[in-house]
Design a protein around this ligand. Structure first.
Ligand SMILES: [Zn+2]
Ligand SMILES: [Zn+2]
Length: 266
């Protein structure tokens, strides 16, 4: 399997996961055009998509969903609460009801040869989940938009070969920044977004000796920057020891509005 981040950040999220037979998007939070262009980088036509897994109904995860669903008839996998949220959002336009497939946390399902395992996450949406996808003994997990994590989430994400983990903000930048008080409270709360430090702590718990890549995603434009997220997470991974030869497990930062490089499980 391979992973391509098409866009990642507060202004839009979309990832491709697939192999030679099966092609999946996780979220469709950018324009249809950007999704088409991202897929072109890896030679996939949108009409070849087997499904879009939606994590939750916030606009930065569903903005291009209506277009992709209407234009290419791609099935949409989401929890009941998320489907309600999508249906209530009139800006997405009409989506054929027949395209929806309802999923539930911990109920594993198959899209062709890829098994998908949804995990409930802490976020201020109707019924948000993150997803792990497995095929042929390899596992890719994508977990963004988490206010915090617990042992359940660690348990569900562990043993991944590739992971995308949110590193949303630097707590000090957020506190000192220009966001209104209520928004700071929301982001810092247990149902908001994961800070760089907390992201590093989660990643440390998920480390294993077969990791091929760790992508930091959903960075805030206002309250973070790439080098800071990378260095903070790396420091946490190393148990706060300043050592130059710390293994970084292929740690890198997803680009905000352009595709990154392809990461492969084997
Ligand atoms: Zn969200
Ligand atoms: Zn988001």
């Amino acid at each position: 399997m391979k992973l391509l981040s098409i866009a990642s950040g507060s202004s839009g999220n979309c990832y491709y996961v697939g192999n030679s037979d099966t092609h999946i998007l996780v979220d469709a939070g950018v324009s249809g055009k950007k999704i088409e262009n991202g897929l072109r980088e890896i030679g996939i036509k949108p009409s070849e998509l087997n499904g879009v897994l939606v994590t939750h109904e916030h606009i930065d995860h569903v903005k291009g969903l209506g277009i992709i669903a209407r234009k290419y008839g791609v099935p949409i996998y989401a929890t009941r609460g998320t489907i309600e949220g999508i249906t209530a959002n009139k800006t997405l336009g009409q989506i054929d009801e027949e395209l929806y497939r309802t999923v539930s946390p911990d109920q594993v399902f198959e899209i062709n040869d890829i098994s998908v395992d949804p995990t409930a996450i802490w976020h201020d949406a109707n019924d948000p989940v993150c997803y792990s996808m497995s095929n042929d003994g390899k596992k890719i997990s994508i977990a963004t938009d988490l206010g915090d994590y617990d042992d359940y989430i660690v348990d569900k994400l562990k043993n991944s070969d590739i992971m995308v983990i949110e590193a949303n903000h630097d707590v000090r930048m957020l506190e000192a920044g220009s966001y209104p008080y209520y928004l700071k409270r929301r982001i810092l709360g247990s149902h908001g977004h994961l800070s760089n430090e907390r992201s590093g702590q989660l990643i440390k718990e998920l480390l294993n000796d077969h990791i091929k890549g760790i992508l930091l995603g959903h960075l805030s434009k206002e309250n973070n920057f790439e080098e800071l997220a990378y260095e903070t997470v790396k420091l946490e991974m190393a148990g706060n020891s300043f050592s130059n030869d710390v293994r970084d497990f292929g740690l890198c930062v997803a680009r905000r509005d352009m595709p990154g490089h392809i990461i492969e499980t084997n």
